[in-house]
Design a protein around this ligand. Structure first.
Ligand SMILES: Nc1ncnc2c1ncn2[C@@H]1O[C@H](COP(=O)(O)OP(=O)(O)OP(=O)(O)O)[C@@H](O)[C@H]1O
Length: 246
């Protein structure tokens, strides 16, 4: 489903021989229907790795394959189309404040050239999935943080992607709201088989929703652990981090 083959990302850096590897060459396969977590300290490279999956960050080398398609070899137009298969949600929701909830969710569909009738139908479907039908004509400023994130989820879901990338989707939310947003994502994963890759600082998020999680340190994946029944399996570094806390 998602294959990263020796992808890396480097930035120019004045102090480190001119270059700094935000993500060292990394290979990783994430199966269809998985909820895969990326956890680690600030600056470990989690967001960069996540953004390499939809080429929001262009890798400096290696391949990114999603649904059998090598994204790194596509033209701009082909990549735009391929990205319809990869939704994204953000810590700060990234809603357009001058658009209603309905228009925010409709946004990716308009870009994809859907008809108005199909857009209206799909927007209602997606808002029903995230339980926000009654907020369809509200503006983002009239919503709570949890509701805003659920609009973000509906927008990501609208083009029926196979993959959703989530960059710290609950970090701006209180524990109760975090729970409801995670339940919403879990339901989407279960009902539609959408693969979710999620960056988080929060170990309870990993335990709550992920099947597997990778621990990142200094631009490298140092461990991948399985999670079963909310427990991190094996005597892993991840397990000890759980005790120390992130
Ligand atoms: N555009 C950029 N230019 C230069 N350096 C960057 C750029 N983007 C990220 N970095 C650096 O790359 C490293 C990894 O950043 P990244 O945001 O991926 O880490 P992270 O693990 O997601 O951190 P956080 O949890 O704080 O968001 C950091 O040292 C960051 O400063």
């Amino acid at each position: 489903m998602i294959v990263l083959d020796q992808v890396y990302k480097r930035y120019s850096h004045p102090d480190q021989n001119g270059w700094f590897d935000a993500v060292h060459p990394t290979s990783l396969t994430i199966d269809q229907g998985e909820v895969f977590g990326l956890i680690g300290f600030s600056g470990a490279g989690k967001s960069t790795l996540l953004r390499l999956i939809n080429l929001l960050e262009r890798p400096d080398g290696g391949k990114v394959i999603v649904d059998g398609q090598n994204l790194t070899s596509l033209s701009t137009a082909q990549l735009r189309k391929a990205r319809q298969n990869i939704g994204m949600i953000f810590q700060q929701f990234n809603l357009l404040s001058n658009l209603t909830v309905a228009d925010n969710v409709a946004f990716p569909l308009k870009i994809a050239g859907w008809s108005t009738a199909d857009i209206n139908k799909r927007v209602k479907e997606c808002l029903a999935i995230v339980d926000l039908e009654d907020r369809i004509n509200h503006y983002p400023a009239q919503l709570s943080g949890g509701q805003k994130q659920r609009v973000g989820i509906a927008r990501a879901l609208a083009p029926s992607p196979h993959v959703i990338l989530a960059d710290e989707p609950t970090s701006a939310l209180d524990p109760f709201t975090t729970r409801s947003v995670l339940d919403c994502l879990k339901e989407i994963n279960k009902q539609f088989g959408v693969t979710i890759v999620m960056v988080t600082h929060e170990m309870q998020v990993i335990r709550n929703i992920c099947n597997r999680a990778a621990l990142m340190e200094q631009g490298k994946i140092v461990e991948i652990a399985e999670i079963k029944d909310h427990q991190i399996l094996a005597n892993s570094t991840l397990a000890s981090k759980l005790i120390e806390g992130f």
